[in-house]
Ligand binder design. Structure first.
Ligand SMILES: Nc1nc2c(c(=O)[nH]1)N[C@H]1C(S)=C(S)[C@@H](COP(=O)(O)O)O[C@H]1N2
Ligand SMILES: [Mo]
Length: 373
């Protein structure tokens, strides 16, 4: 299985490999695989697809053990385009409020969209005769052992059984129509659109239907939204993270850029969580005092981000700084919160505050075109 580590990535850590996409990769509906972010909590396992097995057990009538061939042949094959977003996307904005020791300052590139091919988790659970009543959970096991967990243990997590039964949750073996790369969970990973990336367990080897959420460290202790005055090392503290909230980023221009005193096209992405879609994006070129609607460049699709752009006229602003701010709404009319300070939490998760990008408008800019957009 191919190893894809592009030199264009913004690398936070080499071992385990943790890298975010460069902003240019976030300007296309589907992210090129080699520029898709990668988040790993331990060494990336090297699983031989011929030896890989998926064990389905727990509250099921017929436990199953599936080879890759069986998973691919016995179930209907589905292709789902979905955006994955790490709970730590935009953590840098929280670190700017107050330091978060031990967690990497991910910017706005811990997100990406791919076309995933696989079997529906629901179909596999049905074949196993799994229960799906309220209160049940579907837990995922993987073989990569994380030294960050206390005690060190393999990565794992779970989703509510009801979520597992929607047709968009896949056991995926292909990404952008190529065999799933090792770095992204090959031979097979879970894909849960609209949930924090941690629930899309890579290298999945076990699926267990159970009465409780996974007891794995990354479900019971990490990836929880802990209040600032609570101890994040305490299992069960705070709120378990699943579906994420509407968020956006400005991918062009970048903070600190010097731009001409002229019309400027601002670009970005916006993504809504589980079952919701991005409905509107606004842009401000004066720090949030006045707003204009951005144009949405891609169609609303469940589980998929939308790209947007807006033209702002900076021809009068030569020699000064301008703060660009975006705000996105989803189709439940939820809007991004204004202040990252309100969202600060000890592990730096779930920062969906409005992105702010300060640029300098060049003093000796070009003459403003007369018919500016
Ligand atoms: N087995 C395993 N699955 C995992 C992880 C991991 O470290 N081990 N990281 C999770 C997290 S936090 C995220 S954001 C996504 C990242 O997927 P990617 O590396 O394909 O972008 O995988 C998730 N699945
Ligand atoms: Mo993540």
């Amino acid at each position: 299985m191919t190893e894809v580590k592009s030199a264009a990535m913004v690398v936070h850590e080499d071992d385990p490999y943790n890298a975010e996409s460069p902003p240019t990769a976030l300007a296309e509906r589907v992210t090129p695989t080699e520029l898709f972010y990668s988040r790993n909590h331990g060494p990336v396992p090297d699983l031989d697809p011929d030896d890989w097995r998926l064990e389905i057990g727990g509250r099921v009538a017929r436990p199953l053990s599936l080879t890759l061939d069986q998973l691919q042949a016995r179930f209907q094959v589905h292709r789902v385009t979905a955006t994955l977003q790490c709970a730590g996307n935009h953590r840098a904005g929280l670190i700017a409020v107050r330091d978060i020791p031990g967690e990497a300052p991910w910017g706005d590139g811990a997100v990406g969209t791919a076309t995933w091919t696989g079997a529906r988790l629901s179909d596999v659970l049905t074949a196993a005769g799994a229960g799906d009543g309220p209160g049940l959970h579907v837990a995922f096991d993987a073989p990569d052992i994380s030294p960050l967990a206390d005690p060190p243990q393999p990565f794992g997590g779970s989703i509510p059984a009801e979520r597992s039964r929607r047709g968009d949750v896949l056991l995926a073996w292909a990404m952008n129509d190529e065999p799933l790369p090792r770095l992204h969970g090959g031979p097979v990973r879970v894909v849960v659109p609209g949930y924090i990336g941690a629930r899309s367990v890579k290298w999945v080897t076990g699926v267990t239907v159970q009465d409780q959420p996974s007891a794995n460290y990354f479900q019971a202790t990490a990836y929880r939204l802990v209040p600032p005055d609570a101890d994040p090392a305490q299992p069960g503290a705070g709120i378990s993270l699943g579906a994420f909230a509407v968020t956006s980023a400005i991918t062009e221009p970048r903070a600190g850029d010097v731009v001409a005193a002229a019309p400027l096209t601002v670009r970005g992405y916006a993504v809504a969580g589980d079952g919701r879609q991005v409905a509107r994006v606004d842009l401000s070129a004066d720090g949030g005092r006045s707003w204009q609607q951005a144009a949405l460049d891609t169609d609303p699709e469940p589980g998929v981000w939308r790209l947007w752009h807006a033209a702002v006229d900076l021809s009068g602003g030569g020699g000064s700084d301008v703060e660009l701010v975006a705000r996105a709404w989803d189709d439940t009319a939820a809007v991004q919160p204004d202040s990252a300070a309100d969202l600060w939490n000890p592990k730096g998760y779930a920062n969906n505050a409005r992105p702010r990008t300060r640029v300098t408008v060049a003093a000796s800019g070009a003459q403003p075109p007369s018919a500016a957009g």
